[in-house]
Each structure stands twice: as structure tokens, then as C-alpha cells.
Design a protein around this ligand. Structure first.
Ligand code: FE2
Length: 332
């Protein structure tokens, strides 16, 4: 049912970067550098480039200044070599996806293509290589975000999206399905050997639900909450801390000044061997979302960043999630 192509013609290595718009780059820089702890690689009047502490590549987050409603322009994935990009170009062309080459600052050969549900993807194999900051401990601030780990995308057709990524060589680690059926609501897909690079969850889509940075220790997540309080970012706090059932992440979610959602998390597991059977979670099992703690507020389920210029579709599958609001309504 979830057969991955174990020998794809090209080698996607990992989730790499996101390209978003922001209305005020000063505000965005303050949020991501002063609160979250990302490191600025470059800044101009119209663009801001950020990276995690251990990241050697030039950027894992790009913001373009725009007065239009905030949006995500592209989700970035890496391939191993330029030859992989060229083989991918032929593959996407053969299945009618209309790939295009792009030239972008600080990146090598870059390929643009939309996935099966309309998510605008950007593949590259190389970026400018910057000096290591890993042992510059004076730079560890906020949550000390080490590296971008994954994206979650709200998908109107999770099955269609999942099949597209399985064909590209992604493998399923965990999934949510209707109780007693194999009707898939959420899929956790990986290339780099941990629980996920890309997640699809049922909802109005395609939209970017969040991007996530891995942090060294659980106390870094508690610390960034304290920093949010002390720097006046407490209104940007959205969910957690808590621990997800799926993926085992200890997490917190913030919304940035334009409403884009960032997750900071710790404690994923390794998933490399081909005998790793996808872990199934029933839709009725709320432990998949949190092993402990309160459910997410409704806005966590329903709000997400639209992709610039892309039509948003109503979901094929519809269910009412257990939200913080409905949960509290039942308690009082
Ligand atoms: Fe996540």
C-alpha cells in the first residue's frame, strides 16, 4: 500500500530550505535572530538569508520583502549532485510536471517544479559554503536551532501527495488513518533517515503548515519560551511545549510576525532500515498529536501559509479535530 521506489533515478537527500515573504524584514530579523537564535548569512533591502548554527550551507530560510499578503514562495529540497538534478528534470518532464531551471543567489543549479498537489518545490545540490559556527558557543541564543529538519504541508489530497513522494524515493515512517480502514489522513515521509523530511496532513491545501528546526536539548525549548517572555514575543507563542506521539518530538510552536509557523523540537529517532514498517495511528487516537498536554488551539489546525499564486482546494477528507477550545468546552 505504501511501496517506496527504493532505486529512484535521482537522489533527494533532505529537506533544505524555505522561501517566504515578509512585510517588514527588520521585524522578521528580530524574531528569527533575537528570539529563535538563527544566524544571519546576508541581508539586503529586499532579502534576508538565515541559517542554523551547524548549517554550513548559506541558508535554510529566505525572506523576500513584500507588501502582498504573507506567503510561502517555495519549499526547498536538496539533491546530492547536479547530475541528479538533470535526471530529475527528465523525470518530471516525463510525468507532465513542467520542470524549469532557475538562477538564484547563493545557490548552484536550481530546479523548480510543482508536486502532484501544487506545492512549489525548489531543488538544488549546492549552495555557498560558509564557515562552521558549531563551536562558536557565544552564538548559541534563543533555542540554539541547529538545522532545518522538515516541512509540514496541509494537503487537500494526502493520498495523491504521498504517492508522488513515494515514487521519488521517499519512505513512509508513520501515518494516520481512519479507524479500521486504510484511508490516509496524514503521512510522515523521509529521505535522510529520521522520521520525516516532509509531512502531509489533511486540510485546505496546498499550504505550508510549518517548518521545523532541530535543537540540541529539551531545555533549549524551555529557554526559548523564557526568552519570548523577556523580549516581548509572548504573543507569538502558539502551542506547547509538549511531546508528539508521532515522531516522538518534544516541541513548541511559534508564529512569526507575518503568521508563518515555526516548530522547534528535539528527540527524533533514526529510521534507515528497509524493514522499518510504517507506524499506524488511528484518527481517533489523540495521543498521536500529544502524548501528554493540552490539544492544539483551533488556529494550529486551520491556519497555514498559502503558496504564492497557488489555488487552495478544499480537503477530500473532512473531520473535526479535537482542539483546545473543544477540549476545554468538554471540561467545563
Ligand atoms: Fe513538525
Amino acid at each position: 500500500m505504501f511501496e517506496a521506489n527504493l532505486s529512484p533515478a535521482f537522489n533527494i537527500t533532505r529537506a533544505s530550505h524555505a522561501v517566504l515573504t515578509a512585510r517588514d524584514l527588520d521585524r522578521t530579523e528580530a524574531f528569527y535572530c533575537d528570539l529563535i537564535g538563527l544566524i544571519k548569512s546576508d541581508r539586503s533591502r529586499d532579502a534576508l538569508y538565515l541559517r542554523g548554527i551547524e548549517e554550513r550551507s548559506h541558508h535554510s530560510l529566505v525572506f523576500h520583502r513584500s507588501d502582498a499578503p504573507p506567503a510561502c514562495e517555495r519549499v526547498g529540497l536538496r539533491m546530492l549532485t547536479d547530475d541528479d538534478l538533470k535526471r530529475a528534470y527528465d523525470y518530471f518532464g516525463s510525468i507532465g510536471c513542467k520542470p524549469k531551471w532557475a538562477e538564484l543567489p547563493h545557490q548552484g543549479l536550481t530546479l523548480h517544479v510543482d508536486d502532484a498537489i501544487g506545492t512549489p518545490l525548489e531543488f538544488c545540490a549546492t549552495m555557498d559554503d560558509l564557515p562552521s559556527n558549531l563551536q562558536k558557543f557565544e552564538l548559541y541564543k534563543g533555542a540554539s536551532p541547529m538545522r532545518l529538519d522538515h516541512f509540514q504541508i496541509a494537503a487537500h489530497d494526502v493520498r495523491k501527495a504521498t504517492d508522488f513522494y513515494l515514487a521519488m524515493g521517499f519512505r513512509l515512517t508513520e501515518y494516520t488513518a481512519t479507524d479500521g480502514k486504510e484511508e490516509i489522513w496524514g503521512s510522515w515521509l523521509q529521505r535522510k533517515g529520521n522520521p520525516h523530511d516532509v509531512v502531509f496532513s489533511s486540510g485546505r491545501g496546498p499550504r505550508l503548515h510549518h517548518f521545523a528546526y532541530s535543537v540540541p536539548e529539551i531545555h533549549d525549548i524551555v529557554h526559548v519560551c523564557d526568552v519570548a517572555g523577556s523580549l516581548g514575543f509572548e504573543q507569538h507563542f502558539e502551542r506547547g511545549p509538549g511531546r508528539h506521539g508521532i515522531g516522538n518530538a518534544f516541541f513548541v510552536y511559534f508564529r512569526d510576525p507575518d503568521g508563518h509557523r515555526v516548530e522547534l523540537f528535539n528527540a527524533h529517532y533514526q529510521a534507515i532500515d528497509i524493514n522499518h514498517t510504517p507506524l499506524r495511528w488511528d484518527l481517533s487516537n489523540t495521543r498521536r498529536s500529544q502524548l501528554w498536554g493540552l490539544p492544539a488551539p483551533a488556529r494550529w489546525f486551520y491556519e497555514a501559509s498559502e503558496f504564492a499564486g497557488k489555488k487552495v482546494h478544499e480537503p477530500v477528507l473532512k473531520a473535526d479535530p479535537v482542539t483546545l477550545e473543544t477540549f476545554l468546552g468538554k471540561q467545563f
